[in-house]
Ligand binder design. Structure first.
Ligand code: UDX
Length: 443
């Protein structure tokens, strides 16, 4: 099939590349000339495991093309995917201006039947708005379909190629048949393509992400309570997760969820509830808990140092909002490092992929190391903020030789408490620390 993908951000690139992998001819269009030129020359602008080889193969096979011209991209395409940003506006709602202006542009160019598919996460009612804008600009027949993505950064290729489900919102039989044809190679294992109306499909995306965010905030609160009651959240997590109604996944407490999706989508759903005069109480609590989780973590660090970081060096492992990505959007590390600097600490950080992004985006006066150990030299404490696999099995003796004080604040529960005690560390983690394990240094 011939496909156009409008927008070559994270979602657009993964979508375009993975759709070309099954033999479709995909033209991706973006207004950024430099980026388009770079991609034409075979440079992938994002880090995503497994994407690069697919990207190169399909460019070489001439099934994956890039252009800055919308007209060229959509001319022969039956299906047009909109993968444009929907940033969070000042009031917490999703800004639709990119989607709506692209829809108007498309309408002015089309000469025959097209299916316009919203892939970006868009508020309920967007398909109707896109339909109205296209209708106002053309007499040509078209359908607008909602087809949200459920891609996790770091495993996006696998999520696209073998999705647990595909959600398609359309009332048109013609569009339904085309989407069935497009996606059947991806659901060979028997996973469903779930068809529904456009509004339900749009809400499904928000409901999925908000539910997952709720799971995380719930576990973060259970973890906080564990610390007060002397219980171990890892045990509680396993104890409840084995109940298949609850499930084992997404029960890991930490320093709060980040990334480009959860914070934005939870806030947009709360806003959209607000606008419908519905008080979505749980969502507001989910956001509040998430905000407080990183504050509480840092509070433990501040408390340990009696709020005095003069002459103190803090080492940090992990800047990305989660492992296997260079993405630092809404990463707890941003808040935590800013605060540490404000309190006068010297900070040295290491992350396997996200240092450049972090440095460019935050411009914070910190130093960066080339590996996990370099940043530990003379450190008064180590803060673990992202659970990269490379941090999971360090040489403890080497760490101790390098660090001035053998103190670790682990925001991701990487280590076993007994191991850390035997190794001679003062070790504080999330929801597992009993008071006697956390000895405050006497003045
Ligand atoms: C998410 C959704 O999973 C995906 O379906 C959607 O399309 C986009 O948003 P992503 O943002 O890539 O994907 O990351 P995900 O792996 O879901 O993690 C989100 C955040 O939750 C991270 O900050 C992570 O650290 C946190 N998290 C996740 C926890 O704190 N605990 C958990 O148990 C799981």
């Amino acid at each position: 099939m011939k496909i156009a993908v409008v927008g070559t951000g994270y979602v657009g690139l993964v979508t375009g590349t993975c759709l070309s992998e099954t033999g479709n001819e995909v033209t991706c269009v973006d207004i950024n000339k430099q980026k388009v030129q770079m991609m034409r020359e075979g440079h992938l602008p994002i880090y995503e495991p497994g994407l690069e080889s697919l990207f190169h193969r399909n460019i070489a096979e001439e099934r994956l093309l890039f252009t800055t011209e919308l007209a060229e991209a959509i001319e022969d395409a039956e299906l047009i995917f909109l993968a444009l940003p929907t940033p969070m506006g000042d009031d917490g709602s999703a800004d639709l201006s990119y989607i709506l202006s692209a829809s108007a542009d498309i309408a002015k160019l089309i000469k025959g039947y097209k299916v316009i598919i919203t892939k970006s996460t868009v508020p309920v009612g967007t398909a109707d708005k896109v339909t109205a804008i296209i209708k106002a600009n053309t007499d040509v027949e078209f359908d607008v379909v909602s087809n949200p993505e459920f891609l996790r950064e770091g495993v996006a290729v696998e999520d696209f190629m073998k999705p647990e489900r595909i959600v398609v919102g359309t009332k048109s039989d013609r569009a339904r048949a085309l989407l069935t044809q497009l996606y059947s190679p991806y659901v060979r294992q028997g996973n469903p393509i779930i068809f529904m109306d456009e509004r339900s499909s749009e809400l499904t995306k928000y409901a999925a992400n908000s539910f997952l965010a709720t799971k995380i905030s719930f576990m973060n609160e259970i973890a906080n309570l564990c610390e007060k009651l002397g219980a171990d959240v890892d045990m509680v997590r396993m104890g409840i997760g084995s109940d298949s109604r609850i499930g084992k996944r997404f029960l890991f407490p930490g320093i709060g969820y980040g990334g480009s999706c959860f914070p934005k989508d939870v806030s947009a759903l709360a806003k959209s509830a607000d606008e419908s005069y519905y008080d979505f109480k749980i969502l507001n609590a989910v956001m509040e808990v998430n905000k407080l989780q990183k504050v509480a973590f840092l509070e433990k660090v501040k408390d340990y140092f009696n709020y005095d970081f003069d002459g103190k060096k803090i080492a940090v492992w992990g800047l990305a909002f989660k492992p296997e990505t260079d993405d630092i959007r809404e990463a707890p590390a941003i808040y935590i490092l800013k605060e540490l600097l404000e309190y006068g600490a010297t900070v040295a950080a290491y992350d396997p992929e996200a240092i450049n992004n972090f440095d460019n985006y935050t411009n914070l006066k910190i130093s960066y190391g080339d590996d996990s150990y370099e940043v530990l030299k003379d450190a008064d404490a180590l803060l673990i903020l992202t659970e990269w696999a490379v941090f999971r099995n360090p040489e403890f003796s080497k760490m101790k030789d390098l660090m001035k004080q053998h103190v670790i604040f682990d925001g991701r529960n990487l280590f076993d408490i007994d191991t850390m005690l035997n190794q001679g560390f003062t070790y504080n983690s999330i929801g597992r620390t009993t008071l006697d394990l956390f000895q405050k240094v006497e003045e």
